[in-house]
Write a protein that binds this ligand. Sequence first.
Ligand code: ADP
Ligand code: ADP
Length: 229
Amino acid sequence: MIRFEGVTKRYPGADRPAVAGLDLTVAEGTTCALIGPSGCGKSTTLRMVNRLVEPDGGRVLVGGRDVAETDPTSLRRGIGYVLQGVGLFPHRSVGQNVATVPGLLGWKRAAIAERVDAMLDLVGLDPTRYRDRRPAELSGGQRQRVGVARALAADPAILLMDEPFGAVDPVARDRLQEEIGAILRSLRKTVILVTHDLGEAMRMGDTVALMRDGCLAQAGPPERLLAAP
Ligand code: ADP
Ligand code: ADP
């Protein structure tokens, strides 16, 4: 479970807080889609979970523990992170990219190789065809699939996704969202997804949390949000 309790963040020199007294709970095994206009505080909220940003008020709890009391390196090992444009290592093969975190964790070579293939399979990329390619040889959608495979490789309980499909062409995007959403549901990951795309939030979120000016304007299951005035 991820829980924000009265969380506030003001960047140095900013005239108003990026996040202002946010209360939000993401239940274990569910996906929360954070949606709202550009600049409303979505990415800042997400980055406080893995301590890329430190709050200056309130608490962020992961599995009941205040992240401020958890060493950032060990915290991040349990949290996958997927960004727009992914940030795959361009000079490393797809397989080497997916192997990153298991490698850092010191897994045995055979276990890593097996895991890489299983992860590529999971995201719909044939390992024998794609394992040895470079990211530049893939489409935008395929690169995002690799990003998800890399983020899930060490089986983190939590996945943070920041506009993960922004660089994918609109035709491929809907299908990718459906597929990745189904994978995350079947694995029972606890997910926060940042997006400004209502369709994506509706497709992927078990709950949709609408932010405005650093606060939660509304939150609930997608059906209820649609029904709201
Ligand atoms: P992303 O990669 O998710 O777009 P960024 O950190 O690049 O996130 O930027 C998010 C928003 O924060 C953008 O509106 C950007 O202009 C603003 N921003 C990022 N860094 C700074 C900074 N150092 N000072 C002021 N605004 C910033
Ligand atoms: P969103 O993800 O909803 O677009 P952000 O969390 O990126 O919003 O940004 C919230 C506010 O904080 C914006 O006004 C943005 O410009 C500002 N901001 C974001 N990152 C930084 C930063 N590193 N330094 C200063 N200001 C930032």
